[in-house]
Design a protein around this ligand. Structure first.
Ligand SMILES: *Cc1c(COP(=O)(O)O)cnc(C)c1O
Length: 354
């Protein structure tokens, strides 16, 4: 790994003995350390790993008021022989910098990102659950730190990575509501960035969908409410006939998932025909009615894949039986198998932390 001037200050005591590895609540347990760097005078500096602690933040902090705030989500796992591993970390580094550019935030140097992730995971490796499907979830994020109440580009920032151990994610099959009034992202907007505000805007329509008996919103495009986009924090795949279709990312309204890209590669390798293209909700509903819609599943780092059993659209519903799905369980097994070294990593996706 590269050498920056990374300072490591270790915690005096560890909370690890309090963790019950067989019963880990998602996103509520935090490890002993975090990685932090600060941006001022036009450059990143003070790269450090320090004991996990709260920050003190000024009431006029620009991120709080105007939302200059972006994040990533990735996982560290353990190989069968106990070596910590990362999954496609460079893609997360690239993506946080695409998000940063869109929100006028400074790029975080790739070498520092890789070193931060690497050294933090090395230090916290005893927190990585061993069971396949479980992981140490890593949350890199960047926020503006200027103390000023005018709307302007902040001149100071904080970049942080913290970690949460997570158990195997058994997602129940989802009921999705194709949303015909509210939107998540429009062309020209921030949909392709992992920007905090995108999620704030999605909460209200999601709560409405829940009150109607659905689990999540299937977002449609903002122009015509015609094309499927994605779900919550997942990309979406449809198996129709002998093809697997996922919405294309070139319109800039969809988050380019690293799981999405990995699943497309695995599908092609296994001989499936994959189409990345705009897909109309009408086509999906019609395929559901006539029986050619075989599988629908979401794809993201947390769940890997989450099966969909229902799509509701304008008062109409298509229902599927995920117990019969074949493609989605194969994909989940392949990704989890690569992440645990049970399967060979023929793509060079994993990075060992030694
Ligand atoms: C993070 C995210 C995804 C999935 O991305 P992965 O890299 O696969 O975790 C998809 N859609 C949205 C909106 C997201 O925030």
């Amino acid at each position: 790994m590269i050498e920056t001037s990374l300072n490591i200050k270790k915690a005096e005591t560890s909370k690890l003995h309090l963790l019950d590895f067989d019963n880990i609540p998602f996103g509520k347990v935090f490890t002993d350390h975090m990685y932090v760097a600060d941006y001022k005078d036009g450059e990143w500096g003070d790269f450090r790993i320090e004991p996990f602690a709260k920050f003190s933040i000024h009431p006029a902090n620009i991120a709080w008021h105007y939302g200059q705030s972006i994040f990533e989500g990735m996982k560290a796992t353990k190989s069968i022989d106990g070596t910590p591993m990362l999954f496609r970390p460079e893609m997360h580094s690239k993506r946080i910098n695409r998000s940063a550019e869109r929100l006028c935030m400074p790029a975080f140097p790739k070498d520092a990102f890789m070193e931060g992730i690497y050294e933090l995971v090395k230090l916290e490796q005893n927190w990585i659950p061993k069971q396949e499907g479980s992981a140490l979830y890593l949350r890199p994020f960047m926020i503006a730190m200027d103390e000023f109440i005018g709307v302007q580009v902040s001149k100071t920032y904080k970049f942080v990575i913290f970690c949460c151990p997570v158990g195997p994610y058994y997602s129940k099959s989802l009921r999705l509501k194709a949303e015909t009034k509210y939107i998540r992202a429009a062309e020209g907007g921030t949909g392709y960035a992992k920007a905090a505000g995108n999620y704030a805007g999605s909460l209200y329509p999601t709560e409405l969908a829940k009150s109607e008996g659905y689990d999540q919103v299937l977002w449609l495009d903002a122009k015509e409410f015609k094309y499927a986009q994605e779900v919550g924090t997942m990309n979406i795949f449809f198996a129709i006939g002998d093809k697997v279709i996922t919405p294309s990312i070139k319109e800039g309204t969809i988050l380019e998932g690293i799981t999405r890209s990995s699943l497309i590669a695995i599908l092609k390798e296994k001989g499936h025909t994959v189409e990345e293209r705009p897909i109309e909700i009408g086509e999906i509903m019609a395929a559901g009615k006539e029986g050619s819609l075989k599988e629908v599943f979401g794809a993201g780092t947390a769940a890997v894949v989450a099966n969909v059993k229902t799509i509701g659209y304008n008062g109409d519903e298509v229902n599927l039986n995920p117990d019969n799905y074949k493609i989605s369980p194969m994909l989940k097994d392949t990704i989890n198998g690569i992440r645990s070294t049970r399967l060979e990593d023929t793509h060079g996706w994993t990075v060992k932390v030694v």
